[in-house]
Design a protein around this ligand. Structure first.
Ligand SMILES: Cc1ncc(COP(=O)(O)O)c(C=O)c1O
Length: 376
């Protein structure tokens, strides 16, 4: 038995510190923002070299706040990837703008910088790359295109805490960047949480107001804002977890290395890559299989007690809620193929070598069985 994710064992390892920090918040009476959130923001900013780290209520809220702070709205277009979680695109839609997709790089499944220029129109205001699965998008190339066309870059770093491109951390390369602390993320709260990062002082002031009803002081609403504040309890939990994120990230990298070793020569599967000069933090460890075999492979793994998942079976342009964009099947063939071929294997920092070997053994057996029945 190897679960897809095991959040309870991580909690068990840090329980005394978390319990105390949570009780301190409960006893303090400061349940929204407050000192625990401020401590976490400072720790997060210091760890990743971020000048302004602004905690908020979710990754979706972080994206919405960044788009609002950038003044993006009705009639504007934002170029992003269709191979992402729905929130990237719905946040763009939420401010009244239109998500415009470009296809992906087939090996990383990241937004292909080489396809962005063709998607630019006079309405384009921003590019929103997603550091999918924990690997940085090609930010150098993306920023060059943005500079040529006067666009701003907002990073969706929801899956990429601690990922690096050269010596730069994810979340420090765009004008603003957005993180999620959904429990299953590499840095996960015990509820919802998110954060916007920026080095721009004016944007930081605006973001802090936008997350708190647009107030600069109580009941003085300078701009129209929202209630996107971070809970004190989540700030306290995340502040404790910040002490461990580096060790957990290294543990994920070890699990990925074990997988590469154990699955290296398995016929019928393609392993994920870590591009040179990038630090992949393995939020998702996804292999590629023949689309017509995927269901049977998942069933075989489930029967052997191995948890699996899909990220993401339907690219955003084919989601019913974005039918209005009129981008049907065949519009982004690389993303569509990836969505049909990707299969996520168990990945969490507490995974042992024995568990990786168990997954690898089961997968090899299943591949032999399935290939005999369903040709690749
Ligand atoms: C790429 C991406 N963007 C945005 C989000 C939204 O974050 P949240 O669930 O915290 O709202 C998520 C995660 O759920 C995500 O994976």
């Amino acid at each position: 038995m190897v679960p897809f994710l095991d959040l309870k064992s991580q909690y068990a390892a840090i329980k005394p510190d978390v319990d105390k920090a949570v009780i301190d918040v409960l006893e303090s009476g400061q349940y929204v923002l407050g000192p625990a959130v401020a401590r976490f923001e400072a720790a997060f900013g210091a760890a990743y070299g971020i000048k302004h780290a602004i905690g908020c209520s979710s990754g979706t809220a972080a994206l919405h706040l960044a788009l609002l702070a950038a003044g993006i709205g009705r009639g504007d277009e934002v170029i992003t990837t269709t191979m992402t979680f729905i929130a990237t695109a719905t946040a763009i839609d939420l401010v009244g703008a239109t998500p415009v997709f470009a296809d992906i790089e087939p090996d990383t499944a990241l937004l292909d910088a080489g396809r962005i220029a063709a998607a630019i129109t006079p309405r384009t205001k921003a590019i929103m790359p997603v550091h999918l699965y924990g690997q940085c998008a090609d930010m150098g190339a993306i920023q060059r295109i943005a500079d040529q066309h006067g666009l701003i870059v907002i990073e969706d770093a929801a899956q990429a805490h601690g990922a690096k491109l050269g010596d730069r951390f994810a979340g420090t390369m765009g004008r603003m960047s957005c993180f999620s602390f959904y429990p299953g993320k590499n840095l996960g709260a015990y509820g919802e949480g998110g954060l916007v990062a920026t080095s721009d002082d004016a944007l930081a002031t605006r973001l802090r107001m936008l997350r708190d009803w647009g107030q600069d002081r109580k009941y003085n609403h300078v701009i129209k804002g929202l209630n996107y504040r971070m809970d004190g309890v989540q700030g306290a939990v995340l502040d404790i977890k910040m002490r461990h994120i580096e060790a957990w990230t290294e543990a994920r990298r070890q699990v990925a290395a074990w997988y590469q070793e154990a699955l290296g020569n398995t016929p019928g599967i393609t392993l994920p890559v870590e591009r040179a000069g990038r630090r992949h933090v393995w939020h998702v460890y996804g292999i590629l299989v023949a689309p017509q075999q995927r269901e049977a492979i998942m069933a075989g793994l489930t029967a052997r007690g191995i948890g699996t998942n899909l990220h993401y079976p339907t690219p955003v342009h084919l989601q019913p809620c974005f039918a209005e964009l009129g981008r049907g099947r065949g519009s982004f063939p690389l993303a569509e193929h990836h969505g049909a071929a990707e299969l996520s294997l168990p990945m969490f920092p507490e995974m042992t070598r024995a568990q990786v070997d168990e997954v690898a053994k089961a997968l090899r057996e299943v591949m032999a069985e399935v290939t005999a029945k369903v040709p690749a």
